[in-house]
Design a protein around this ligand. Structure first.
Ligand code: ASP
Length: 330
């Protein structure tokens, strides 16, 4: 039988009511196997509590801790399940996908919209599905929710109410759990040897471009930042006629801020050569994020800035490349 490590970080799944409660490692692991005994039929389960936080409080420090735990657990476990709040699950999944290169086994994040102890909970199904998937040959970081496994760095929380809380626009599910488990042909294989690097530079801001925006706002927002994700219109367009956004972007780039452009549209890709209003951004030194989602763009930029704090060229090359299935290959 395969062995799976359950890493608990918090979120609604383990909450009593809507508030996080302090969990004791033994009590918690006993409780989960008592409440969901079928987990023990799927795998030998070990549990570990990393933290017990609302996921709004999870960020680069916790991502680094998870990376270390997962890297160490490779010696003893065939797969890992990370129990996590839904609010920032897509950020954590993206961050892990960049930090764990050459991943050779599944890392499955899951959680629930209703706590495990509540009637009509979705926690039981999500847990069982996640553990099942963690025993399979899916060497990727994924988000398991409502009968689907989504690529972690393509996932996004799209619904704060429904059990189908996540979507991955532009990337079909890695697996679907129905009568059987169907695994997609696009599941990635490890490229190169395993390496873990859990460093992230949190000095990254996001600017959502608005009609009539004041370009000087970019500078105010970027104060003290090393990276800026610019969520632009359509294929990467910004105001140009009376609001010289590209001029402000050039000033930021010249000051050493890495600017990564994503689209505000729910699907499609940035192309900074199609319209004059986007060409200006490319000329200013902004980098096209292609079809990167917001969560992937933010975490990839944080990772790139930490890995190459001074070296602009490799940082740019990394951001433009598809390293973990996060963007369509160019
Ligand atoms: N606020 C919770 C969290 O993200 C929501 C959830 O788990 O669904 O931790």
């Amino acid at each position: 039988m395969k062995s799976v490590l359950l890493l608990h970080t918090g979120g609604t799944l383990g909450m009593a009511g809507r508030r996080p409660t302090p969990l004791q490692p033994d009590t918690w692991s006993q409780a989960i196997l008592t409440r969901v005994p079928e987990l023990a039929e799927l795998a030998n389960i070990d549990t570990r509590i990393l933290c017990n936080l609302d996921s709004s409080d999870i960020g680069p420090d916790e991502w680094g801790g998870l990376v270390d735990e997962i890297a160490a657990a490779r010696a003893s476990h065939d797969g890992m399940v990370v129990i996590h709040g839904t609010d920032t699950m897509a950020y954590t999944a993206s961050a892990l996908s960049f930090a764990l290169s050459g991943l050779d086994r599944p890392v499955v994040l899951t959680g629930s919209q209703r706590p495990l102890g509540e009637i009509r909970t979705d926690a039981r199904r999500n847990l069982v599905d996640a553990v099942d998937l963690a025993t399979r040959d899916i060497p990727e970081v994924g988000v398991c929710f409502d009968g689907q496994l989504l690529r972690g760095n393509r996932a996004s929380k799209g619904d704060a109410w429904a059990y189908a809380a996540f979507a991955s626009p532009g990337c079909p599910p890695l697996a679907r759990l129905g009568l059987d488990v169907e695994i997609g042909a696009h599941v990635r294989r490890p490229a190169g040897p395993f390496a873990a690097d859990g460093r992230f530079d949190s000095r990254v801001a996001v600017y959502h471009v608005l009609p009539g925006m004041e370009p000087a706002n970019l500078r105010r927002l970027a104060e003290g930042m090393r990276g800026l994700v610019l969520a632009a219109f359509g294929v990467g367009n910004v105001p140009m006629r009376t609001r010289a956004v590209a001029t402000e972007v050039k000033r930021l780039v010249d000051d050493g801020v890495t600017v990564l452009v994503v689209t505000q549209a729910r699907a499609g890709s940035v192309d900074l050569s199609l319209y004059a209003n986007g060409v200006g951004l490319a000329d200013a030194g902004a980098i096209s994020g292609g079809d990167l989602g917001l969560e992937a763009a933010v975490t990839k930029l944080m990772h790139a800035l930490a890995r190459w704090p001074e070296e602009v060229a490799p940082r740019r090359q990394y951001l433009e490349a598809d390293v973990a299935g996060e963007r369509a290959a160019r």
